[in-house]
Design a protein around this ligand. Structure first.
Ligand code: MN
Length: 231
């Protein structure tokens, strides 16, 4: 048996302070998980169950890489997010045991074609072309829980060309990391290498070619993404 063409390489992320790398399985994302961001998107923040969408694994972009301004959009947005890396499989995970499934944390940026996402939302269509496009998921090195512990507070901040655009605290998450893991695992079995992007604070906005976007979270460092010319 041979492959009819070469299989896709495994996507991996660096582990902070180590030569090891974390293999990425899936990228799962939480929608509207900060109240002020829900409001700026024209929705009332509430405690209805969170909703989820996903990005393909090979949408991952490393720190300091250039992302070409994507095709088919005129409103390309940044979204600073805390990323949770799952290290232990499980389904129907209880809130009490959910943190045992976390291997580490990272800084992420949920790049979004906002015009396409909102058009899809209004028409009741899937978000994929607004959210799950090529190179839509810059993620920084994974910081192991064994080093940084679990994060429930701490500043999350995003700048574009040095100007602060988003600034909030992880304690403002509507659904906490343990709650997200528990709820998500009632729908799907979580497995090692699954990444969860936990939602963005208020202040989302557009970028243009030449912009330099930096996302930072207390304890996790920062990641830089450069926006290149249109693809
Ligand atoms: Mn997001």
């Amino acid at each position: 048996m041979g492959y009819v063409f070469p299989p896709q390489n495994t996507v991996t992320l660096p582990v902070a302070g180590s030569e090891d790398r974390l293999p990425v399985r899936r990228i799962l994302c939480v929608g509207r998980n900060y109240a002020a961001h829900a409001r700026e998107m024209g929705k009332d923040p509430d405690r209805d169950l969170p909703f989820f969408f996903s990005k393909p694994t090979d949408a991952v972009v490393m720190d300091n890489e250039t992302v070409a301004y994507p095709a088919e959009t005129a409103n390309f947005h940044y979204e600073a997010e805390l990323v949770v890396a799952i290290g232990k499989e499980g389904r129907d995970i209880s809130m009490e045991s959910s943190l045992e499934h976390v291997w580490g944390y990272a800084v992420g940026n949920d790049l979004t074609r906002r015009d396409l996402q909102l058009a899809a939302r209004e028409q009741g269509r899937p978000w994929d072309m607004g959210k799950a496009f090529d190179r839509s998921a810059p993620v920084g090195p994974i910081h192991p829980v064994s080093t940084v512990g679990h994060l429930s507070t701490g500043e999350i901040k995003l700048t574009v060309n040095g100007e602060v655009k988003q600034q909030a605290d992880l304690s403002e998450l509507i659904w906490s990391v343990p709650e997200i893991i528990s709820i998500l695992s009632s729908f799907i079995e979580l497995k090692p290498g699954d990444l969860i992007m936990t939602g963005t604070p208020a202040g989302v906005g557009a970028m243009v070619p030449g912009d330099v976007c930096v996302v930072s979270i207390d304890g996790l460092g920062q990641i830089t993404t450069i926006i290149g010319a249109a693809e």
